[in-house]
Design a protein. Structure first.
Length: 244
């Protein structure tokens, strides 16, 4: 079985990396090109880039910025935000992404997941799920849906998703730990890897998440000091989790 992964995440708005708490109060935390390069050099297993304003702005992901970030990386690269049709995903892969994440467009038209899997292969398709109180929210967390996160994850897998990126809005940016109950429920419902997202504040939080999920997304805990990734990895190992 593959070892658990530590994956820094770049939430990008207006060309800058931003971070908030529970998707609110976004603040500027750096340049995506420089942060991406720093995480790659520090030994991240992968990097996730999410254009968090693309859907709300009604536009595609910033392909040019994705290309510039990709040129500085030596690790797998997942990109999401504004992917509505297969051509959008193909443009991101051509710009250097290895995987494409879909969220709101897939909720609105679940067939998109199947179309992407058939065209790109399931290994390149990540379905991102933002959940609050166990229910899926769409459009960057601004809109409620009636979908349960567990049910949507199961359907996404059946439609061809190769991975689930699960973000707990309740825990996001709090640094108080991942939503382990939600993560366990989703991980138990699917056979594909689950990336736990939202709430990492220390190595114990990461180790707890990796006891359930196959990867942990990291943002606030690292953005002020990207070099902390190496020490965090060692701390997680000391807690008994055999990360890479």
């Amino acid at each position: 079985m593959p070892l658990p992964r530590l994956i820094p995440c770049l939430d990008v708005a207006a060309g800058r990396v931003v971070k908030g708490v529970r998707f609110q109060g976004l603040r500027d935390v750096g340049d995506p090109v420089e942060l991406g390069a720093s995480y790659s050099d520090a030994g991240a297993d992968e990097l996730v880039f999410l254009d968090v304003k693309a859907t709300l702005d009604g536009r595609q992901t910033l392909v040019g910025l994705v290309r510039t970030v990709a040129e500085r990386l030596a690790i797998p690269f997942t990109v999401g935000g504004g992917v509505r049709v297969v051509a959008d995903a193909e443009a991101l892969l051509a710009a250097g992404a290895d995987k494409v994440a879909v969220n709101s467009a897939a909720l609105a038209r679940p067939e998109l997941v199947t179309e992407l899997a058939e065209r790109l292969g399931s290994q390149a398709v990540v379905v991102a799920i933002d959940a609050e109180g166990g229910r899926v929210r769409t459009r960057a967390g601004t809109t409620e849906t009636e979908r349960a996160a567990v049910d949507w994850a199961r359907e996404a897998q059946e439609r061809g998703a190769g991975e689930i990126l699960l973000t707990s809005i309740d825990a996001d940016g709090t640094r108080e730990g991942y939503d382990l109950e939600l993560t366990a429920a989703v991980a138990g419902a699917v056979r594909v890897p689950v990336i736990a997202s939202g709430g990492a504040g220390n190595a114990s939080h990461v180790a707890d998440a990796l006891g359930i999920a196959q990867a942990a997304l990291l943002a606030s805990i690292l953005h002020e000091d990207p070099q902390r990734l190496a020490s965090l990895r060692e701390e997680v190992r000391e807690l008994g989790v055999p990360v890479r």
